[in-house]
Design a protein around this ligand. Structure first.
Ligand SMILES: N[C@@H](CCC(=O)N[C@@H](CS)C(=O)NCC(=O)O)C(=O)O
Length: 429
């Protein structure tokens, strides 16, 4: 017998009496309910992380915008991609561009606010967006430039009914004030099935199967102070960036700097660029980017279409090669000639060495000879597509005038190419 220090007699462990069937069922039921509640809570938790972005919108296409650094895909709708071409009666029309224009109209220059809690596979916030009291997602479907994609079915039905081709009521949309004279529906006049009536080539079939590009924007006025480009008017490098932006149809608010009065050597430029040169891009968070090509690259990344730095490994290498050739062998020589010879440049180029300026003139001509031979074989500097190399070439050749250098008449390919790139609307930038 073992000894015990306790004065009380030891009690034997007795297992609890078995739970009744009802009690067990109740316990299981409560557990299931509790688990369900936890799952529900987890599923809704991301909603608590609702993100909100506000500011002036960069409109990329008919259903995606950028607010500051937040890229937003409008939730519940699907519009044609920017480059999408739709077909009606055997003729193509740019439904992607028109859808974007519709969204620009609906925004009407007002600040936009979007909120959402989910992201698409490209990391874009799926947002419900508003401009003033206009619910943009809804209004874009009502205006007939987007289809319902998980929401807004009624609005889509209304837009179809209101389209001139499919119904009598080409009526003004009460909410948006838009008259759907030309919509994706009105263009789709012949097909019977509603989806196949959608005239766009691949539009909406896969919903969000579009490429990740955000090709064009309306305004860069975003965030705290807004994005801005400190611009130097007719000076070649600032113009280079303006032409690039014009090709991409990107509008960034310009801050004109009077370079004639040496404004670039003073505030607000000098604190932003210690080299005191233009252009200077300031992002909405105050980040500064200088160097024309760096600025262009920034926008190419944000808005890859149209590609101005080439496509594919070889295409990109070719553009890079010709861009640098244009810069080092042409633009730089022309600039040296101008800066070292022109009397107005005395305060800019210290010391000014006219002999050096003169020495650069034949270098530029020599390069033009090479370029002429190349352009005999193709349309643009780096291949069959217009690129930043052509922009640098355009700027350089136009800058030859004040530098008093003339393109020799026998360089007919250079003249033809220059004529062609000068007649693009972007050249007026
Ligand atoms: N590498 C720079 C060059 C910038 C540059 O030289 N800009 C000229 C105007 S085209 C300038 O600001 N010059 C002022 C000066 O030389 O004092 C770029 O590509 O942006």
């Amino acid at each position: 017998m073992s000894r015990s220090w306790s004065p009380r007699p030891r009690r034997r462990y007795a297992p609890p009496p078995p739970r009744s069937l009802w009690r067990r069922l109740l316990d299981y039921g409560l557990t299931v309910i509790l688990l369900g509640l936890l799952i529900l809570l987890a599923a809704r938790l991301d909603r608590f992380e609702t993100r909100k972005a506000e500011g002036a919108a960069i409109v990329n296409d008919g259903d995606s915008i950028t607010l500051g650094s937040e890229r937003i895909r409008m939730r519940g709708i699907d519009a044609p991609e920017y480059h999408q071409v739709c077909r009606k009666d055997g003729a193509d029309y740019p439904c992607g561009k028109l859808a974007r224009q519709s969204l620009v109209r609906l925004i009407g220059g007002r600040p936009v606010s979007c909120s959402g809690w989910q992201r698409d596979r490209y990391g874009r916030l799926l947002g419900d967006c508003k401009a003033g009291s206009t619910d943009l997602n809804r209004a874009q479907v009502e205006a007939g430039w987007a289809v319902a994609f998980g929401d807004f079915e009624t609005e889509e039905a209304g837009a179809r009914a209101g389209s001139p081709a499919s119904g009598p009521a080409a009526s003004t949309n009460r909410r948006t004030g838009a008259t759907p004279t030309a919509t994706i529906w009105s263009k789709a006049s012949t097909a019977r099935s509603p989806r196949s009536a959608t005239p766009c080539v691949s539009f909406s079939a896969s919903g969000d199967g579009e490429q990740l590009y955000e090709p064009y924007s309306l305004s860069g006025q975003i965030g705290r102070d807004g994005m801005k480009l400190f611009d130097g008017g007719r000076a070649p490098n600032p113009r280079r960036v303006r032409v690039f932006l014009a090709e991409k149809e990107i509008e960034v608010p310009l801050v004109p700097v009077d370079m004639g009065a040496l404004g670039h050597k003073q505030e607000p430029v000098s604190s932003r660029n210690p080299l005191r040169r233009l252009p200077v891009l300031e992002l909405d968070d105050g980040t500064i980017i200088t160097e024309s090509v760096a600025i262009c690259r920034y926008f190419e990344e944000l808005h890859p279409e149209p590609a101005l730095f080439g496509r594919g490994a070889l295409g990109k290498a070719r553009v890079e090669m010709w861009q640098r050739r244009m810069e080092f062998n042409l633009l730089s020589c022309v600039a040296q000639a101008f800066r070292h010879i022109h009397p107005a440049m005395k305060e800019w180029e210290i010391p000014q060495i006219p002999e050096w300026g003169e020495a650069n003139k034949p270098k530029a001509i020599e390069f033009l000879k090479l370029l002429d031979g190349e352009l005999a074989q193709r349309e643009f500097a780096a291949g069959d597509a217009y690129s930043i190399a052509d922009i640098t070439g355009l700027i350089a050749i136009d800058f030859m005038k004040p530098a008093r250098i003339k393109v020799p008449e026998e360089y007919t390919n250079v003249l033809r190419w220059h004529q062609a790139i000068s007649s693009r609307p972007s050249a007026a930038a």
